[in-house]
Ligand binder design. Sequence first.
Ligand code: ADP
Ligand code: ZN
Ligand code: ZN
Length: 704
Amino acid sequence: MTSWIDIAVPTPAHSLIGGLLTYRHVPTADNNLPLVEGALVRVPLGSRDLLGVVWAVHGHAPEGLKEGSVRDIAGALQGLPPLPAAWRQLVQFAAQYYQRSIGEVAMAALPPQMRDLNAAQWARRLKKPSAGPSEDPGFAPGLPLSAQQADALAAIQAQAGPFLVFGATGSGKTEVYLQAVQRQLASDPQAQALLMVPEINLTPQLEARVMARFGAAQVVSMHSGMTPAQRLKSWLAAHTGRARIVLGTRMAVFASMPQLKLIVVDEEHDPSYKQQEGARYSARDLAIYRGRLEGAKVILGSATPSLESWHHSRPAAEGGRYQRLLMPERVGAGQMPFVRRVDMNNQPRKTVLSAPLLAAIQARVERGEQCMLLLNRRGYAPVLHCADCGWKSECSHCSAFRVFHKLDRTLRCHHCGFTERVPRACPVCGNADIAPLGRGTEQLEEHLAELLIAVRRPDGQPVKILRIDADSTQHKGALESQLAQVHSGEVDVLVGTQMIAKGHDFRRITLVAAINPDNALFSSDFRAPERLFALLMQAGGRAGRDADQSAQSEMWVQTFHPKHDVFAALKKHDYPAFAASQLIEREQAGLPPWRFQALLRADARSQQVAQDFLNAARLALQASGEDNTDLQTWLTQVSLYPAVPMSIQRVANVERAQMLIESPSRMALQKVLAELHPVLHSQRAAPAHKGLIRWLVDVDPLAI
Ligand code: ADP
Ligand code: ZN
Ligand code: ZN
């Protein structure tokens, strides 16, 4: 029987939201299967042939359809179980909430190789073992739990959640997640669990730990570091139920898992859970939605929760929706590091490493302990400068400076990639004496080597310094081998960016130092203090993880503002106090989590056009509210601000502007965004906006 089918295809990003396309299916002799919702099909679009997902099947032609305007589907993928209804619902919700088309979100959520396989290749992939979960080899037993771990696990067993496990670094949260997974899988032979981590490449340790516990056959990974073939293989294993545990980064929230019963979001505060292009989804927030949708328990965990999650986990009597579980103590005798603040006002001008910090590093190295120095800036110096004429190493394509990289003698723009050899002399006045301003990790590494040149390790060898940052780890496998050097004890002092602060279970680090964290205190981004606090707590958490360490571990902070709230709370390891003060500030300033925000961004050939486009859309929306009472009501709850240039206004010769939209009501914000969409389309066509390149919406943006 002929049917008419709504199909999610990856139409251009800014076509109508929700835009499903209708096709016709006429069964033939060799293709007579009835098509069901969730099936994968190939359809013609223009002159192309695209993969799509069947969203709805109708027995009759849609009303108003012009005869002959509907094309036939080109074929169906045979043998693949359809995508579950819950998966489609998740995709549909994400598309709506983040203002993209269903087809775009659906296709981005599927492994890219799916698009490219022909029928024969498909048949081969699907022939591989597919039925049911593999034999249960029995799981390795977990560790005997501490009292606080046992309490947390018991609460997770007994209640519905969602849970926020608020536990110190090294308190044994991971062990609790693993045992929660273990119980879930043991109680139901089909059950599946999703374990999300911010950066899988940074945490090979966790992957190994999960595989050791559950058996490699039960576990698949999903992250962008995998080859297309590996991703498809993992995806199929999860989709067919063969893999019972999916370990992945943010993309894994869209994994098709028909028997999903438990979701864990580790380090839930981590900004990398937010996708920064296409549909700008928060995998953490979608995990909560998905858990509710599928009746799966959701566990968020962090030592420094996002203020959003912290706020949601306030007592139920005050409106909290998550259950907060506390794990304040570290496992075993490992102590939290003692925090020392060095007041840089009392140090000689231009000091990089203060004398007491240097002495402390030296003493640790001589005892055979490791130190970790954190500086959130790669390269040698952020700017080159001519003192004679004032020239600075600006990028000619961006409103930003190019960074001086001394190792390869280049000036590199970290925004557009524009790279040149370092000039011998000032390009403007010819002065030969151009000098670096400020410092990055390369310089810190060089400087340390000079300062520690006479220092010896217990074995009499000179000090070994290693730098880990985006530059040192460009080549595949570089990060793994560098981390291995740290774990083996070969390295004495580790220098790096925030890359080294997250997650690693370094056993011999007893001193962590933040060299120059002050920038974040005065950022225009209201989340900067929250991020800095989390980073420093995480970094401090790398110290003293080994209970056998006799020495008290230390976290050093060099700052010109030692009294600042962030450092005062850090000193006391007091996240709740920090969060409480931030929440009060946010409430007074009308910021999240008290308000909801969206950013509308426009890129154009000129700043004027970018801003004009946004402002015109705002005015047009307000005008259309005048004869639409629903919209008018929603608009009274929503503030639309005038367009402003972005903080880095120009990148790669593109001018960027943004407009903030905010509301105390998530619903009102969503309604207004939905109405804004057609307005943006019509404004785009206006002659005044010639030169507009693109626009995008970021709902719940992380950076303002
Ligand atoms: P977190 O995730 O809170 O940072 P982990 O779960 O990684 O903490 O635990 C930190 C360290 O303590 C790990 O090396 C882990 O193997 C160990 N550990 C965790 N729980 C226990 C326990 N109950 N008994 C002994 N060691 C434990
Ligand atoms: Zn000059
Ligand atoms: Zn540039």
